[in-house]
Ligand binder design. Structure first.
Ligand SMILES: [Zn+2]
Length: 240
């Protein structure tokens, strides 16, 4: 059996992060641990040893209103310490977040740089699909994963046409809104836990339940070969 892959996980949001990190490596689950700011990324890399299975991504989260120009500067300065970028994106769902214009400016700066360096990005987009698509069209990055997509089918199709991958979690495949995800071709599906913000069998996500997440998503897609497919898709996105 191929290793499980989790392309979007918030390790630093667990109080027992050292234990959780050890578990990920013990289970041999390739995991991209996203962060919400360059400062957090740096502390994570200093405090938690990376392994073959556990890698940190550098982030600049649009919901974090405390991020400043200095943070963007730090982001650019630290970017070469990792091949993985996230969580970054645009979120226009609440006025309490960074202003729209500031979000767009930072996101565009980051996408331009990451496209040039061909880094893998995991994107958060909420109520800002049009603006995000405009920026992605301008720079045409090759390694983009849309994390927990919540927009329309039309925007989903546009992102698929641009070659984006979609990371699916256990919460996305239940309920009324799940139907549209069936339209994602199996070559573009990746799996994320978005732990600790998802539940598996009614319990807060931990790495021990990644296989269970895969099982519920493989049922949703009627795809018994999901693990091997995701392994192949991840290999493909990395080689783009
Ligand atoms: Zn997240």
């Amino acid at each position: 059996m191929k290793n499980l892959i989790d392309t979007h996980f918030h390790l630093d949001h667990y109080r027992n992060y050292l234990e959780v990190a050890a578990k990920i490596t013990e289970l041999k689950q390739y995991t991209i641990c996203v962060t919400n700011s360059p400062g957090v990324f740096l502390s994570c890399q200093r405090m938690i040893p990376e392994t073959q299975y556990l890698k940190f991504a550098i982030g600049y989260h649009p919901q974090d209103r405390d991020l400043s120009n200095q943070d963007l500067y730090d982001f650019m300065r630290l970017i070469d310490r990792t091949d993985y970028i996230g969580e970054i994106g645009l979120d226009f769902s609440k006025s309490s977040y960074m202003s729209k214009s500031q979000q767009v400016r930072c996101f565009e700066t980051i996408v331009e740089r990451c496209t040039g360096d061909n880094k893998l990005m995991t994107l958060h987009i909420r109520n800002a699909e049009t603006e995000a698509i405009t920026i992605l069209r301008k720079y045409v990055p090759k390694k983009v994963i849309i994390h927990w997509f919540t927009g329309s089918e039309k925007h989903m199709a546009e992102l698929m046409d641009m070659g984006c991958y979609f990371s699916i979690n256990s919460n996305m495949v239940v309920g009324r809104n799940s139907k549209k995800y069936i339209l994602i071709p199996k070559e573009k599906v990746l799996i994320e836990s978005d732990g600790p913000y998802t539940k598996v069998a009614g319990k807060k996500y931990t790495p021990e339940s990644l296989l269970q997440s895969y099982n519920s998503i493989s049922q949703f897609y009627g795809n018994p070969n999901l693990i091997a497919n995701v392994f192949e898709n991840f290999k493909n996105i990395l080689s783009r």
